[in-house]
Write a protein that binds this ligand. Structure first.
Ligand code: G3P
Length: 225
């Protein structure tokens, strides 16, 4: 499993990279707009925090293939590092994916709601496909089932593309796509923290500390010399 953080909030990114086994950061135009400052500064700051090797997925905002390609090349010049250009699975997006694939630029197909969209994007050269699990669930669909279908299609057609499951509102959705075999998930900072939360874990840790300190005093195992 690869964990990515779906945010442009610098404090949240610093915290996640400090505590958790992170593989990257994903953004989209909404996420970047939420920060309400110069978008290139935000993206450069994120790259500085996560380093050159960590994945950074940045979404194109144009809806015309040639303009998407321009944006992708620009982002490569300005931001660089292990960069993925997120492109929605509209016809102009698929065209842009084919062009960028030939230029050796890595692509994440996004705004995916069906397995057929994911298959088309993979055939066009996307390295990752991002199905929107919670948005599918919200319209009486089954996001985890769509992830399952995508994985079956990729296996069936022997495709190397990977699932980057996105749009989660609870830990159970993350669990469902993990069981299905999604290679990666991108979650917001709240969900990332919640993935570890359990009241009995906290209760157990507190009990261990109390029992230890009742006998040995200070709560540490190392001996003072
Ligand atoms: O990256 C796509 C994802 O951010 C969409 O998530 O929570 O807005 O449905 P959400």
């Amino acid at each position: 499993m690869q964990y990515l953080l779906d945010t442009a909030n610098l404090d949240a990114i610093k915290k996640a990279y400090n505590f958790y086994p992170m593989d990257g950061v994903t953004t989209n135009p909404t996420i970047i707009s939420n920060e309400n400052r110069n978008f290139l500064d935000i993206l450069k700051d994120i790259r500085n925090i996560i380093g050159e090797e960590s994945m950074l997925h940045i979404q194109a905002v144009s809806t015309n293939a040639e303009k998407i390609v321009e944006e992708a090349e620009y982002l490569h010049q300005i931001i660089g590092g292990n960069l993925y250009i997120k492109i929605p699975v509209i016809p102009e997006g698929i065209k842009a994916m084919k062009i960028l694939k030939d230029k050796g630029i890595k692509i994440t197909a996004t705004a995916i709601f069906t397995a057929q969209q994911a298959l088309m994007a993979a055939m066009a050269g996307a390295e990752f496909v991002a199905p929107y699990v919670n948005r599918i669930d919200n319209i009486s669909g089954d996001g985890a089932f769509v992830v399952n279908e995508i994985l079956q299609l990729f296996k069936h057609y022997n495709l190397d593309s990977k699932v980057l499951a996105a749009s989660f509102k609870n830990v159970q959705q993350v669990h469902s796509v993990s069981l299905a075999g999604a290679q990666s998930v991108t979650v917001n900072p709240e969900i990332l923290d919640k993935m570890l939360e359990h009241p009995l874990t906290d209760w157990s840790v507190n009990q261990f500390i109390n029992d230890w300190e009742n006998i040995y005093g200070i709560g540490k195992l190392t001996l003072d010399v």
